[in-house]
Design a protein around this ligand. Structure first.
Ligand SMILES: [Zn+2]
Length: 147
C-alpha cells in the first residue's frame, strides 16, 4: 500500500492517543491490517521480482515518497494534524514496516520475520485488482481518514 496511506493513518492515530509509544505501536499494527485490503500492488511486486531494476516500480516508489512528504506538509499546514511527538511516532510506526521490508529486500538479511508477516497480510484476501483501482481505493481511504 502507498506510504501516504500508512503515514496518514499513523498521523491520525497519533492525533488520537496520549503517548508516543502507543501511537507508534498502534500505527505499526495498523500497517499490517491496512495491507490486508486489496490494493492492486501485486503487479508491481511481480514486476519488481522479475526485474530488480524495473523502472516503473522505481518511479512509483520515488513518487510515493514525494507525494507522502507533500501530503504530510499539507496536512500540517492546514492543521489537519498537529506537530506533536505522538503524531511523529504515529507516522513513523505507520511506515516502518515497509522500511523493514525494503531493507530485507535489499540486504536479504534483516527483518526476515517482518517481511514474512508483511507478505502474509497481502495474501489474506485473494482478489487481484488492477493498480489504478487499487490507487483509487487508497485515495478513498485517505479521504475517509481525513474527513
Ligand atoms: Zn506494507
Amino acid at each position: 500500500m502507498l506510504l501516504s496511506v500508512h503515514a496518514t493513518v499513523g498521523a491520525i492515530i497519533g492525533e488520537n492517543v496520549n503517548t508516543p509509544l502507543l501511537a507508534f505501536v498502534l500505527a505499526f499494527i495498523s500497517h499490517f491490517v491496512l495491507d490486508i485490503i486489496p490494493h492492486g500492488d501485486d503487479v508491481l511486486i511481480k514486476a519488481y521480482r522479475n526485474d530488480f531494476k524495473n523502472k516503473g516500480v522505481l518511479y512509483l516508489i520515488i513518487f510515493d515518497i514525494f507525494s507522502t512528504a507533500l501530503l504530510l506538509l499539507l496536512l500540517f499546514y492546514f492543521h489537519k494534524i498537529s506537530l506533536t511527538q505522538t503524531v511523529y511516532w504515529g507516522i513513523f510506526g505507520g511506515i516502518l514496516p515497509d522500511l523493514m521490508v525494503a531493507s530485507y529486500e535489499i540486504t536479504n538479511k534483516f527483518f526476515k520475520r517482518t517481511h514474512k508477516i508483511h507478505s502474509w497480510t497481502h495474501d489474506r484476501i485473494h482478489w487481484t485488482i488492477p493498480l489504478k483501482l487499487g490507487i483509487l481505493v487508497q485515495l478513498i481511504i485517505i479521504y475517509l481518514m481525513l474527513r
